[in-house]
Design a protein around this ligand. Structure first.
Ligand code: HEC
Ligand code: HEC
Length: 211
């Protein structure tokens, strides 16, 4: 166990003790948010390279992720696994939260400002990134509420997600995995150097993309 994991386990225990089950009390939410802030930052902007910013992210997308972490491996109505996500810390974080609380958390973070305008110049668009922008926006708008905005996100975090989605079975032992069939197909013909470049490109863009 790393120090990070111990810290996460402690935060999970605190969460369990604080909530003691799954009550839907609105005054609990600020307490929960203080725990989230330890990793995701007070204003939803994290400082750790592998921990995503949450501020200004799409509400529907955030809710879907929180529900996936809480109920990893849930199948679609026809029994097919279309999307799945598991991470030891986030599994523990969401374990005791009910639907209403997850909804409130997603709403809270989606309403926060995604941060100040980037002070660095955006990188030029690498080959292959234009097809990502159709859904994710970037230099143009992202029309889909269930599709995350990548602009201004942590580059290392994005690359990690791409690694997980490209080879979803890879980190099974670590309980860190991510499966999304559509994304797997999108990443098929890109090698890792290209994915690294694309991650750095999106991270360099301003999160204040036009709606
Ligand atoms: C101990 C650190 C830690 C704490 C505390 C924590 N998180 Fe996370 N969170 C992470 C990490 C690391 C990831 C990236 C997981 C991955 O790689 O799949 C993550 C991912 C997420 C994501 C997915 C974001 C995206 O862009 O896909 C959401 C949403 C989220 N956390 C919300 C929360 C909320 C809400 C809380 C409080 C209840 C919380 N987190 C507490 C570390 C933490
Ligand atoms: C047809 C629409 C579509 C296209 C095109 C697409 N994606 Fe996605 N992508 C999605 C959706 C939807 C999700 C959310 C998956 C989920 O719910 O877990 C996603 C998730 C992601 C994530 C995780 C982000 C986070 O915050 O955790 C990354 C990174 C990503 N895509 C990168 C890419 C890249 C790079 C490309 C281009 C090679 C691309 N996507 C093309 C729809 C698309």
């Amino acid at each position: 166990m790393t120090r990070f994991h111990i810290c996460a386990a402690a935060a999970g225990l605190f969460l369990a003790a604080t909530l003691g089950g799954r009550p839907a009390l609105s005054q609990e939410t600020p307490v929960v948010i203080e725990i989230c802030a330890q990793c995701h930052g007070e204003a939803g902007i994290s400082t750790a390279p592998l921990t995503p910013n949450l501020a200004g992210q799409r509400q529907k997308y955030l809710l879907k992720q929180l529900r996936s972490f809480r109920d990893p491996g849930r199948e679609s109505a026809d029994g097919e696994l279309l999307s799945d996500r598991s991470h030891p810390i986030m599994n523990a974080m969401t374990e005791r939260l009910n639907d209403a609380e997850l909804f409130r958390l997603a709403k809270y973070y989606s309403k926060l400002s995604c941060g100040p305008e980037a002070s660095v110049k955006p990188l030029p668009m690498p080959e292959g990134a234009d097809k990502c922008e159709v859904c994710h926006g970037g230099s143009r708008s992202n029309p889909f509420t269930d599709t995350p905005v990548l602009a201004g996100q942590k580059a290392d975090y994005l690359l990690r997600q791409l690694d997980l989605m490209r080879k979803p079975e890879r980190d099974l032992a670590e309980r860190n995995k991510r499966r999304h069939r559509l994304s797997e197909i999108m990443l098929d013909d890109l090698d890792r150097d290209q994915l690294k470049e694309i991650s750095a490109y999106f991270a360099s863009l301003s999160c204040h993309i036009p709606e």
